[in-house]
Design a protein around this ligand. Structure first.
Ligand code: 1PX
Length: 215
């Protein structure tokens, strides 16, 4: 496999990284969380440049987290739980309005976390949809139920326009590189509960600490 091959999205790979996300104690490993997002961004990039503004923002957020993870306090960023504790204990989070910590790990991860809910809803629709269902409709329904509530009008508008050019269901399943549709559906049946568990654990942690509305 050449370098081209590395760029190719494969749902199995993303599934594997999300599997690695949870520790025995159900802590979320940041390294694997971020790797999962990297894989998803590959997928988005393979859909074309219309999605560039979305993948750019995701990559930017991934990079912020990776910088912490590999930085001098990297050992505090091993899990989402340890990151939250470390940043809160050291007052490294802007809690009510943007101030001296506009790019805290907590607020950055929250953006990806909200997007994970969209992903869960979208993949569940994809999994249970019939052959002639429209991916654009599934995608925008999932978006309207989740992420859109956190986006200003301009972003919602741009996202809505991007959804319109999504490939149809057969082509969409094809780019996932899993095999025939039945196999994709089976793999989604495995992926959705996993993604959902990672989401729930993070959601509960953020709710407990009152971090769900970080600016
Ligand atoms: C197995 C295949 C599934 C498809 C995988 C697709 C991966 C999608 C990755 C989306 C990552 C989106 C991250 C968005 C984070 C965010 O909400 N950022 C906003 C707020 O950040 P800020 O720092 O300003 O507080 C930011 O303003 C966002 C800008 C870009 C627009 C985001 C639109 C999100 C739409 C999500 C749906 C993606 C459609 C993919 C189609 C398959």
């Amino acid at each position: 496999a050449g370098p081209q091959e590395d760029q190719k999205f494969c749902l199995q790979e993303v599934l594997d990284t999300f599997k690695l996300c949870l520790s025995e104690k159900k802590d979320v490993y940041l390294e694997h969380y971020v790797a999962g997002w990297r894989g998803l961004v590959k997928f988005l990039n393979s859909l074309g440049s219309v999605f560039g503004f979305i993948s750019k923002d995701a990559v930017n957020k991934i990079n912020i987290l990776v910088t912490y993870l590999h930085g001098e306090n990297g050992s505090q960023y091993v899990t989402v739980q340890s990151m939250v504790k470390y940043e809160l204990d050291n007052e490294l989070v802007d809690l009510t309005k943007r101030g001296s910590h506009p790019e805290s790990g907590c607020r950055t991860l929250l953006r990806l976390h909200r997007a994970l809910r969209w992903l869960e809803l979208f993949l569940e629709r994809l999994r249970t949809s019939s052959e002639d269902s429209k991916t654009s409709v599934m995608c925008s329904e999932a978006y309207n139920e989740s992420l859109s509530q956190h986006h200003p009008w301009v972003v919602r508008k741009a996202a809505g326009m991007a959804f319109c050019v999504l490939p149809g269901r057969p082509a969409f399943l094809e780019v996932m590189n899993v095999g025939p549709p039945e196999q994709v559906v089976a793999m989604l049946g495995e992926a959705v509960p996993l993604i959902s568990e990672v989401y729930q654990i993070t959601e509960e942690l953020y709710a407990q600490q009152n971090l769900l509305d970080l600016p």
